[in-house]
Design a binder for this molecule. Structure first.
Ligand code: SF4
Length: 353
């Protein structure tokens, strides 16, 4: 048997049962592929089921308020994925009459849909012969065929693509792509791959040359940047001030008013900066809640601290809600606003909601 026949046979015996498997509904496949990027399968499956139940068709997603989409997405991270899903759903309904693009080339025109997602949808929904190449596939191909060029550099990517285009089944493109995804995710894993029970072990270059741990080669990502965020919890009776983000990774989500620095300031300096930033008097009483959270993102280390200010009057409180993009919100209603998970946890752990 050749590589393609072996991987299809492996898939027949070992395929994962997932809720979207077998579906040829491009909208459902699109949801599953976008949700599963950078997400564990168990967590991703729960979100997929929530999305399909809440927005069963592309028309339902297009008609939704972006705030509700972000709220449903809350906790998954990489929020641009949710914003792009919503944007593209509206595009499909408004510009394409609700008809999903039917080819890899057309799918690539959707915002947020790159090579991998377009190939996955085109092959799974329409059986188009397009290899879907993600990190799992790169690892399998690099190991089996001994490709030692970095898989995240142009030459390595070209070699993996050429190999994949030669290997993909022309009669079972959907099964081939799903087989590769499952094999990489469950069998030829980054650590402790199951080489001793592998259909490729006799020919796998990495296994036969004892280089499994060295492949695939990757160029190291740039070191992460550190950012220091100091949130100010401004309270009055049962209400708190929330501020909508107008840029960055948390665009259109809600945070607390804050200052963000590239250096780690002392507690006294943060208090002083908060007062000056929000036009507070010198004798305003801001308390350091001594809560520190490190939140790691793909390119950033966020060091987050929380400070509290109890407004002295309704008028004092309301002046903060007049700051651009800020609102006052009762603590019971905080859950209605999409927030970064670090703030969701803060409100829950501190019994504020
Ligand atoms: S022999 Fe090991 S490294 Fe090679 S494909 Fe199989 S599991 Fe992966």
């Amino acid at each position: 048997m050749n590589f393609t026949q072996k991987i299809l046979a492996w898939y027949d015996a070992n395929r994962r049962e997932l809720p979207w498997r077998g579906s040829q509904n491009p909208y459902h496949i699109w949801l599953s592929e976008v949700i599963l990027q950078q997400t564990q399968i168990v967590q991703g499956t729960a979100y997929y089921l929530k999305f399909v139940e809440t927005y069963p068709t592309v028309f339902d997603l297009a008609a939704a308020d972006e705030r509700d989409v972000l709220l449903l997405w809350q906790g998954l991270g990489y929020y641009s994925r949710a914003r792009n899903l919503h944007f593209s759903a509206k595009y499909i309904v408004q510009n394409l009459g609700g008809v999903f693009p039917k080819s890899y080339r057309e799918l690539l025109k959707l915002k947020g849909v790159g090579d991998y997602t377009a190939a996955a949808i085109a092959s799974l929904a329409y059986n188009e012969v397009q290899p879907a190449i993600d990190g799992n596939v790169q690892r399998v191909i690099a190991r089996v065929f001994g490709i030692s060029e970095p898989v995240n550099a142009p030459l390595g990517m070209k070699l993996i693509r050429e190999k994949s285009e030669n290997l993909i089944s022309h009669t079972h493109a959907a099964d081939y792509n799903q087989a590769m995804m499952d094999f990489g995710a469950t069998h030829c894993t980054p650590k402790n791959p199951k080489c001793s029970e592998c259909p490729f072990s006799a020919d796998c270059v990495a296994f036969t040359t004892d280089t499994v741990a060295k492949l695939p080669v990757k160029i190291k990502a740039k070191p992460k940047t550190d950012l220091y965020i100091s949130y100010l919890v401004i309270l009055f009776k049962n209400s708190v001030i929330l501020k909508k983000r107008t840029d960055g990774i948390w665009l259109n989500m809600f945070e607390l008013p804050n200052i963000t620095e590239e250096t780690d300031l002392s507690s006294e300096d943060v208090v002083s900066a908060l007062k000056s930033n929000f036009g507070m008097t010198e004798n305003s009483e801001i308390i350091d809640l001594k809560i520190e959270v490190k939140h790691v993102l793909s390119h950033l280390n966020l060091h987050i601290r929380f400070f509290e200010y109890k407004a002295i009057s309704e008028a004092d409180f309301q002046k903060f809600s007049s700051i651009s993009e800020s609102i006052s919100c009762t603590l019971e209603n905080v859950n209605q606003y999409p927030k970064p998970v670090v703030l969701e946890n803060f409100f829950a752990k501190n019994c504020l909601i």
